[in-house]
Design a binder for this molecule. Sequence first.
Ligand code: SF4
Ligand code: SF4
Length: 247
Amino acid sequence: MLKIIRNKLEQGCKTSGYPKEGLNLYQRYRGMPIIDPQCSREIIEQCAALCPQEAIDVAEKSIDLGRCTFCGQCAGVADGAFVRFSQNFELATARREELITTGELPELAEHSSQHFKKLFGRSLQLRQVSAGGCNCCEADTNVLNTPFFDLSRFGIDFVASPRHADGIHVTGPISRNMEQALVDTYTAVPSPKVVIAGGCCAISGGPFSGSEAIVGELNRIIPVDLYIPGCPPHPLTTLHALLSYFK
Ligand code: SF4
Ligand code: SF4
């Protein structure tokens, strides 16, 4: 017992102060894009030609964060003349079309459903469904349960049974093999329920887009309430999304 107490005193509290305190992300982190609307069409065309996700719309000078993998290729063109990436990890939106951005996203808190806040503001139980994901989205969601993020201090937990859940958090491009299992899980969650699409695979098919083996967009089979972009989304992006939307 004395050993445990000494250990505790030596190690101190490992939990981050977020959201009360800010967090410094590593320098290479790519968050919200900063887009220069004055950039020449020629440079934007070069960015679009390089983009493996076809996420750049040259005419609209926009990036679809639902498709973007944040690979950074576009930021290397002409020294970031069209787009650079900021450290802003607040990327989630309540509507799919809002992820198509020219440099700004609406405040998620303003768009969030008061209905869900009232229902799940004090306690939110989610069932995670990996529908063909590469395991990075899943791993970076799992990280939220470590002492550093300590998701359960906000009253949010991942549970084993959909019967005990208030909603599902879906990752992966929805492989055909997982489609029925996903629908069954969704059906098993009692109403009212929420659906969260985590990562560009669940939002748009991501790098697997166009494959015959996937369904692709989650909102083609069930209605999505919250979109969290990234490949994978940083744990802070997911945490910010959950707190802004439900708390
Ligand atoms: S960072 Fe996004 S928009 Fe830029 S090239 Fe990569 S996938 Fe395309
Ligand atoms: S969004 Fe990226 S990290 Fe997540 S499952 Fe798809 S490929 Fe993997």
